[in-house]
Ligand binder design. Sequence first.
Ligand code: ADP
Length: 225
Amino acid sequence: MVPGARLVVLGKQGAGKGTQCVRLSHHYVVPHVSTGDMLRAAVKQGTAMGKKAKSLMDRGELLGDDLIMDMVTERLGEKDVRARGFVLDGCPRTVSQAERLAAILAPYDLDLAIDLEVHTGQVLRRLAARRVCVDCGANYSTSTPPLISWTCDVCGGEVIQREDDTEEAISRRLEIYELQTTPLIEWYRSRGQLESVPGTGTPDAVTRRMVKVIEDRRNRGSGFG
Ligand code: ADP
């Protein structure tokens, strides 16, 4: 049986985190826990949390740590996660969220945090071209659209440009990433839990690199319980 994994993936907007997290979740047969997807689902369902979140998300601002960590605590407490682990996408984004995540996971910890590295120039080009399915979140771009005009190949949903992929919201999200999320990379490094992987090249090449660093860690026996 494939062993499970407890992974966090960090990376700028447009670094390919969502795509790679889906692939890793299939590889290790663990749930893909994406705070962005959970929040977008809440917005779509019109829940109280969704209503509160929408305007901040559209502007590219972060939501409060309490709201995010309550949502994540609940999800990480579910049976599928407890049985096999998770690939966490979009959380933590601040050192305070990372500290709270470590407390939630105790007495266990993460196996690894992977930083997907892509230059800002490249993520800006990718974000301008990014299109997503409103139903399942599958990613496309203007150069690799769905087979049938903007209808998702996976689920038949409508494929659109995300409401927060405007120029203003993108530059705000990248600014917040630099200020709040970059310090996390050092935080995980200082705990010996970080590996950096170049996010350039084909999606297959990036997945292979990520699986390799995970397997190398596993073989060295550090971090994996
Ligand atoms: P991106 O990484 O492209 O900004 P996500 O899909 O991960 O997009 O998240 C979309 C939005 O949801 C964020 O801009 C933010 O408003 C909110 N969000 C998601 N995760 C978090 C988090 N861990 N902390 C605070 N806000 C979050």
